[in-house]
Design a protein around this ligand. Structure first.
Ligand code: GDP
Length: 304
């Protein structure tokens, strides 16, 4: 929790100090709620999540006097509720590779959000947790991307399937990787995908193609399609989530770069507006700076 707290320091500072400054010892007032609204919006929690939290607090205040300690407790409960709703709807509290079957986790997101880093961290987490992993370097448009993935693979002793040809088809790489995963009896195949934004339409088409190929070639596999979102991009990330959700059949989100930004509230916007479960959070560049998302931990790190 200490590590997470440090990671969320910037969001926490803006949020907690702003909140506590105005709370005092008196019962909550409408003015305090106005401040809370500003703080939530400033942390990029989005209008929908912010409204929902404030409505709940206002209703509560209509029926009884709410002291600051109870206000904070209630606020935490509301925030957890928002973060947990899509997780509960997905039917799984955590995602972990299922034993005795091929699991394929597709990493999608625009360049620079930390997609490759997250893939490297996930490969490492899988190996540390006793799973065998394999990486498919299906971002075939940037030669550097393949190299970068190979570096991450080496760090955890995870083999990487790639195609040396400069204009290789990502679907062909995925095809090879699924074959390799089957013959090795791999638990978890992590698939990197292209994220260039300039030709957005092609990107979405390509993703759809990769997704289709996975569904067709490996119908027995358990597939997770994870959108990697850079917390520092705030609300912009939400728009990305909406765009990618259709093309890639997203099943979850990884929020990266929570360290170094005051916009950690975007986790709330993603849960509430995109309705997507947050599965992991990244708060640092190190190989271990990734943890499974837990709403209780997150809210405590934000508000404790
Ligand atoms: P990609 O283009 O989406 O594959 O992004 P990369 O994985 O190459 O990451 C882009 C930059 O963000 C690199 O410098 C990473 O070290 C950095 N990065 C990735 N995740 C995090 C994170 O959680 N925290 C911080 N501070 N930096 C990160």
């Amino acid at each position: 929790l200490g590590r997470l707290r440090r990671g969320l320091e910037k969001t926490r500072q803006g949020f907690v100090s702003g909140l506590l400054e105005n709370l005092g010892d008196d019962p909550l007032t409408p003015e305090v709620l106005d401040d809370l609204e500003t703080l939530l919006l400033r942390a990029d929690a989005g209008v929908q999540a912010t409204d929902q939290v404030l409505d709940a607090l206002r209703q509560r205040m209509n029926v009884e006097v709410v002291d600051p300690a109870e206000g904070i407790r209630f606020l935490k409960e509301q925030l957890r509720g928002l973060l947990d709703a899509p997780i509960a709807a997905s039917g799984a509290q955590l995602i972990a590779p299922e034993r005795d079957r091929l699991n394929i986790w597709l990493m999608v997101g625009v360049n620079g959000v930390g997609k490759t880093t997250t893939l490297g961290k996930l490969a490492n987490l899988a190996v540390r947790s006793g799973y065998s992993a394999l990486i498919a370097a299906a971002d075939t448009f940037r030669a550097a991307a393949v190299q970068q993935v190979q570096v991450w693979g080496k760090r955890s002793d995870v083999p990487v399937v790639s195609n040396p040809s400069s204009n290789a088809d990502p679907a062909a790489v995925v095809f090879d990787a699924i074959g390799a995963a089957r013959s090795r009896g791999t638990d978890l195949l992590l698939v990197d995908t292209a994220g260039r934004l300039q030709t957005k339409h092609n990107l979405m088409e390509e993703l759809q193609k990769v997704r289709k190929i996975i569904d067709r070639l490996a119908p027995e596999a358990k597939v997770e399609s994870l959108l990697i979102l850079d917390a520092s991009q705030g609300q912009n990330g939400l728009r990305q989530a909406m765009a990618f959700a259709k093309a890639a059949g997203l099943t979850g989100v990884v929020i990266t770069k929570l360290d170094g930004t005051a916009r950690g509230g975007v986790a709330l916007a993603v849960s509430s507006e995109a309705g997507l479960p947050i599965r992991f959070i990244g708060a640092g560049e190190g190989i271990r700076d990734l943890r499974p998302f837990n709403s209780y931990e997150f809210v405590e790190a934000l508000l404790a």
